[in-house]
Design a protein around this ligand. Structure first.
Ligand code: ZN
Ligand code: ZN
Length: 261
């Protein structure tokens, strides 16, 4: 592969990893589930920068996600393929995010009750109607990068950082529609392996719905979970603490049938 392609690819991977790290470790495993505890300085950093980097409000994201667990695949699930259809999840998740954000801003009890323990407000960008500003800035940065380094460069930056609608659709739709299950759960959650590989372990929805408080989503050794590897690296760096007491168990040894003598 020529440098012509390698450099945009490297930029895409860097931007995608940054975005995914925020969503899977900070928003999902830390804020929504408290499967990891952020150090106070890390929490302040995430709350200050998260909305700028991802374009998504940390409190609204956590609220919508907790509603997904509370009503999983039922009529009130914000983004279920059982309700909206596999393709319909693409739009349903965007509408649900918008509803949740305005529900929190309007102090609607149906939303507030899910995030009573999160003692931080909706980000000031959203309180002041400036939800579009991070998107505008990332678009401007992509255009500048395009001018400076070629359009592939600008596109790689934007696609990597702003991949959440596609990534969300893969997890929310396919993670509840295709792939094997390790556990009987009341929802339709599944473990699509490729989605888990590409999206930091987030594809392992069935494992995650069975053990939502576990920072590790992988159950079997071949189930990839880069998000948990990042949690461990950040724990070593002193940025957060994994709740080791709530990690999902490893599979037990296979049951070997005994033969009667
Ligand atoms: Zn799910
Ligand atoms: Zn979750």
């Amino acid at each position: 592969m020529t440098m012509h392609l390698l450099r945009p690819l490297a930029l895409f991977l860097a931007a995608y990893s940054l975005h995914l790290g925020y969503i899977t470790v900070f928003y999902h495993r830390a804020l929504a589930h408290r499967a990891v505890r952020l150090q106070p300085a890390t929490l302040r950093f995430v709350l200050a920068t998260g909305n700028w980097v991802t374009g998504l409000d940390p409190k609204a994201w956590a609220c919508m996600h907790r509603m997904h667990h509370a009503f999983s695949d039922g009529p009130d699930d914000p983004h279920s393929p059982a309700q909206a259809g596999v393709l319909g999840v693409l739009v349903a998740q965007l509408r649900a995010y918008e509803r949740t954000l305005y529900g929190l801003l309007g102090r609607h009890p149906d939303y507030l009750r899910h995030v009573q323990d999160l003692d931080f407000p909706v980000h000031w960008l959203n309180r002041h109607g400036l939800w579009w500003l991070p998107y505008a800035l990332h678009t401007a940065a992509a255009v500048l990068l395009g001018y400076a380094g070629g359009w592939g460069f600008g596109l790689a930056y934007f696609a990597g950082l702003m991949s959440h609608p596609i990534e969300g659709w893969v997890i929310n739709a396919l993670g509840h529609a295709v792939g094997p299950r390790n556990f009987e759960t009341p929802d339709d959650s599944r473990n699509p392996w490729l989605a888990a590989l590409l999206i930091g372990g987030e594809g392992l929805q069935n494992n995650h719905h069975r053990f939502p408080g576990s920072a590790r989503f992988s159950y079997r050794w071949w189930e990839p979970d880069a998000g948990f590897m990042l949690c461990r690296a950040l724990e070593k760096a002193g940025a957060l603490t994994i709740d080791h007491g709530r990690l999902l168990p490893r599979p037990g040894p296979p049951v070997i049938p005994t033969t009667q003598a």
